[in-house]
Design a protein around this ligand. Structure first.
Ligand SMILES: [Zn+2]
Length: 258
């Protein structure tokens, strides 16, 4: 079998993991596979030993699975390949940095909110993890849009923008955003057979979204208050410039990534 080049392996892993992968090949024996979340949305940063360049397909599939959501089987396949190719590799050489999860904000605790939404709207059947996002470390630039919530299907992880951890945000609105992201977990994306694109906001999805009891009120609240909230956020963080007064903030479609 011809070994892959680094570029080929990166492209292959990005496709198989369903997320953009930044790949660094290493030759050290202390960290043979190390995967963590990158700074950009959905991005994975991986450092992988060169022995994987000529790994058989089933090992590469397990490596991609391991990067997406590690299962015991993926771990075992990757470990046994390392043991076979790299006899003195220590056990701890395979690492997947655990996710940082922070549910307790300054004003709102996401844990009881998410569990209430799950119980009352989804019969308590959804498995998920949820966290407040980090305050963005962005250079001052003009920002006119925002993504309030993000759902990563691969590991059933929901991230809520910290702008909503604010006493001016009513609890029902925060619940609505959490409900929207949870609906992404409940309604799988539709894959277009021709282009392979994932469609998240399908009619089935919207039907579930609208079932949120205070849906109309939430949409109305957002329309009325998002701009004010964003300007307050810009002032308090000093990290981004608000748009000029004639230009209003808009909400990027609440997003579910696959
Ligand atoms: Zn969405």
């Amino acid at each position: 079998m011809t070994p892959m080049t680094e570029t080929e392996l990166r492209a292959w892993l990005s496709r198989a993991a369903g997320r953009p992968v930044t790949l660094r090949m290493n030759t050290n024996s202390s960290s043979i596979v190390d995967v963590r979340n990158g700074r950009r949305r959905g991005e994975l940063k991986a450092s992988v030993h060169r022995i994987f360049l000529d790994a058989p397909p089933e090992v590469l599939a397990a490596l991609a699975g391991f990067m997406r959501t590690p299962t015991a089987r993926d771990r075992a396949v990757v470990r046994s390949y390392i043991a076979e190719r790299h006899r003195d590799a220590p056990e701890r050489a395979v690492r997947r940095k655990p996710r940082r999860v922070r549910t307790l904000g300054e004003y709102y605790d996401l844990a009881p909110i998410a569990s209430h939404v799950n119980e009352s709207q989804f019969g308590g059947r959804l498995e998920y993890s949820i966290t407040w996002g980090r305050r963005p470390q962005v250079r001052p630039r003009r920002q006119t849009n925002i993504t309030l919530g993000l759902c990563q299907h691969a590991d059933r992880h929901i991230r809520i923008h910290p702008i909503l951890d604010d006493p001016d945000v009513p609890r029902f609105f925060l619940e609505y955003v959490v409900h929207h992201e949870m609906a992404h977990l409940a309604v799988p994306a539709r894959v277009c057979g021709r282009t392979g694109r994932h469609h998240h906001h399908t009619p089935e999805f919207y039907a579930v979204e609208r079932a949120y009891p205070r849906y109309c009120e939430a949409v109305h609240w957002q329309r009325k208050n998002l701009d004010r909230l964003m300007r307050k956020w810009c002032r308090s963080t000093g990290r981004s410039k608000p748009p000029p007064p004639h230009q209003r903030f808009f909400q990027l479609s609440l997003f579910g990534s696959s």
